[in-house]
Design a protein around this ligand. Structure first.
Ligand code: HEC
Length: 182
């Protein structure tokens, strides 16, 4: 499992040291280990699970607040900023792969990385809108966010989720904060 994180670059650097000194690596004393960046931690959950519990959840807080046809309170702007921060971090997170059956292949695809970056960028604009309490900017950021979701789904999302986690009904109680009481 940990092998997959052993970077070819690091291996190349180790080999390079021996070659440039012209020594037989088998006889030479082991060189002092260079200070290596630690291997990234493996993401222990699936992209399917993160989509539903983190990304979809946070995005609905943004969209629900954006849809309010009145000014937002300071507390509401704080909520928008809070969930935008989660979305901004979620982009790089899903670029690390995960435990789901397709996650490693998805994360290795350059289109995936670009779309994960687009998600993060839309979230950063949402954060700016929250910091400056700018409803117009929030509205366009929310639209850009939706495009980021849909453009990736149109390329990558299978017709039924790999692990069966869907938007509804399991997590529906987490958002739609402003739904009228039934
Ligand atoms: C970089 C690509 C990518 C981006 C960006 C992305 N998704 Fe996903 N999403 C996927 C993939 C792939 C799946 C299917 C995962 C699986 O089945 O293992 C998925 C699954 C989901 C699911 C669960 C499956 C379902 O049909 O209900 C939800 C909900 C979801 N995404 C919401 C969102 C929302 C909301 C956004 C934007 C805020 C978003 N996604 C952005 C790729 C992406």
């Amino acid at each position: 499992m940990s092998n997959k994180w052993f970077s070819p670059l690091v291996m190349g650097m180790c080999l390079g040291v021996g070659a440039s000194q012209g020594v037989n690596a088998a006889q030479a004393p082991a060189p002092a280990a260079p200070a290596l960046a630690p291997a990234p931690l493996a993401v222990p959950v699936s992209i399917n699970a993160l989509m539903v519990t983190l990304i979809d959840h946070s995005a609905h807080h943004v969209w629900d607040h954006q849809a309010l046809e009145r000014d937002l309170s300071d507390e509401e702007w704080r909520m928008v900023e809070y969930f935008a921060i989660q979305l901004a971090a979620a982009g790089p997170l899903i670029a690390l792969g995960g435990e789901g059956p397709q996650d490693t292949a998805w994360a290795a695809d350059p289109r995936w990385r670009a779309m994960a970056q687009a998600l993060s960028s839309a979230a950063l604009v949402t954060m700016d809108a929250a910091k400056t309490k700018n409803k117009e900017l929030l509205s366009s950021a929310a639209d850009t966010l939706l495009v980021a979701c849909e453009s990736c789904h149109s390329v990558f999302k299978p017709s039924s989720p790999t692990e069966g986690f869907v938007h509804q009904p399991e997590y529906d109680h987490l958002y739609h904060l402003f739904r009228p009481a039934e």
